[in-house]
Ligand binder design. Structure first.
Ligand code: HEC
Ligand code: HEC
Length: 282
């Protein structure tokens, strides 16, 4: 069963309303400030049509591109509010590519990076890089990046703080039962209001979200959806480890990731380069 598009709209409205709310006493209530240019700046004419169509593909991904989606997620399941919310924001992304990334050890174009999320986060198949669907998705990301100067991606150490923590998955199970189960389901299978977080219809093992630090950062900023910012760092880390302890689709190409042997420590699978590195340094 898919999340009907209307549910997302209700959820988005709820999130915006929550942004203005004051959190529970003692909680670090973060306003869910939306970033990027106002939709009123979308131009008229064919370019505006492409931008709007690109946004529609990102919001109703499986309905629009069924041959390319292999799970029950949509792009904005993780890039919330059309990619305008802080963790997972697409604002400025057009200006940060091409970019060298260690996972592929190549200079990636924006199209390559988009297809990475199709293959991993969506457990699906890449789009043709020269087709209308890719063109329109890029047009929307270009619009969101309006007025952001073209420059190398800043060195990010946003995941570094998680290195100091060690995960307690039993504590994570308790956080899940208290704060997540009502929307994501007892088996992580998702409900009418939220997508799955593990199992056959979730992101695959090669996805960024399958890394505990990446998931912890996302959860810490954005979940619980109706009370973002209320988990402690330790709770976010524990529940991320608990979620990622469960089975999910495989990504056979994962063995070719980080071919220079520089995979981060929270990557949940061995790569060929890491194996090779171990055997040659022994
Ligand atoms: C399961 C969650 C998830 C889904 C679904 C998802 N993404 Fe992502 N995406 C991520 C994460 C996490 C990152 C950051 C990767 C990292 O930190 O390693 C990312 C990064 C990106 C980036 C690069 C951002 C940057 O600043 O470099 C783009 C572009 C992108 N995603 C597009 C998409 C598109 C298009 C879709 C739908 C086809 C999609 N994503 C679906 C989780 C997701
Ligand atoms: C009030 C309902 C609600 C609660 C509670 C909630 N979530 Fe979510 N969550 C959502 C919705 C809705 C989305 C997708 C947003 C969209 O599609 O616009 C989401 C997305 C996610 C995603 C990325 C997409 C995916 O399914 O992989 C993860 C991971 C996630 N939530 C984890 C958690 C965790 C962990 C908790 C508990 C700490 C939690 N959520 C609590 C509603 C909720």
């Amino acid at each position: 069963m898919r999340v009907p598009p209307g549910v997302g709209l209700v959820a988005a409205a709820l999130a915006m309303a929550c942004g203005r709310r004051v959190g529970p006493p003692g909680a670090d209530a973060r306003p869910a400030a939306l970033q990027g240019p106002a939709d009123s700046l979308i131009p008229d004419g064919p370019l505006g049509t492409a931008i709007r169509r690109g946004r529609a593909l990102l919001l109703a991904t499986a309905e629009s591109l069924p041959a390319h989606v292999g799970n029950k997620l949509r792009c904005v399941s993780c890039h919330l509010d059309g990619g305008r919310r802080s963790s997972g924001s697409w604002v400025g992304v057009f200006a940060r590519y091409p970019q060298y990334r260690a996972r592929s050890a190549t200079v990636e174009t924006l199209q390559y990076r988009i297809n990475d999320c199709f293959r991993r986060s969506m457990n699906g198949l890449p789009l043709a890089t020269d087709g209308a669907d890719m063109r329109d998705i890029v047009a929307y990301l270009w619009f969101l990046s309006r007025a952001v100067p073209v420059a190398p991606a800043p060195m990010s150490n946003r995941l570094a703080k998680w290195a100091a923590l060690s995960a307690d998955t039993a504590a994570g199970a308790r956080v899940y039962a208290t704060s997540c189960v009502k929307c994501h389901g007892a088996e992580g299978e998702g409900t009418a209001v939220a997508p799955p977080v593990w199992g056959a219809h979730s992101y695959n093992i090669g996805a960024g979200m399958a890394r505990v630090r990446t998931a912890a950062a996302f959860i810490s900023d954005n979940m619980p959806f109706d009370q973002p910012g209320t988990l402690t760092d330790q709770q976010a880390f524990d529940v991320a480890a608990y979620v990622n302890l469960h089975g999910r689709p495989d990504f056979p190409d994962k063995v070719h990731d980080w071919p220079n042997g520089d995979a981060p420590p929270d990557v949940a699978y061995p790569t060929e380069a890491a194996r090779h590195h171990r055997s040659t340094t022994r």
